[in-house]
Ligand binder design. Structure first.
Ligand code: ZN
Ligand code: ZN
Length: 109
């Protein structure tokens, strides 16, 4: 008897626990910490569904599930723009805007 099994195990998001909790290990997009169900499908019809044990990270961009321990840290808050301090026109070193003369080479600013 030839048994041809078309189906497989899928994971489906049941509940987003924490949105943007990490980053996708595949594409680097924002990933959510989610509760998920495992769904057994046969001929593309879900026949059995049971909850996953521990929450997983899920990327909504590439639909990848991966363990939270593997996730990249959340994107850092935007760094404050580097102050565009003045530079000495003579030696090119950064100098305080209040200065009238460069402390390094003494050129007038
Ligand atoms: Zn991704
Ligand atoms: Zn200088």
């Amino acid at each position: 008897m030839f048994f041809f099994f078309v189906g497989g195990l899928e994971q489906q998001v049941r509940l987003v626990q924490k949105s943007g909790a990490g980053r996708c290990i595949a594409c680097g997009s924002r990933a959510d910490l989610v509760d998920y169900d495992k769904v057994l499908k046969v001929f593309f019809v879900p026949v059995w569904r049971w909850p996953g044990k521990a929450p997983l990270m899920h990327c909504s961009s590439c639909h990848l599930f991966f363990p939270p321990s593997a996730s990249l840290p959340p994107p850092p808050p935007r760094m404050k723009a580097e102050p565009h301090g003045m530079r000495c026109g003579s030696c090119g070193r950064p100098v305080e805007p209040e200065f009238s003369f460069c402390p390094f080479c003494g050129a007038a600013l």
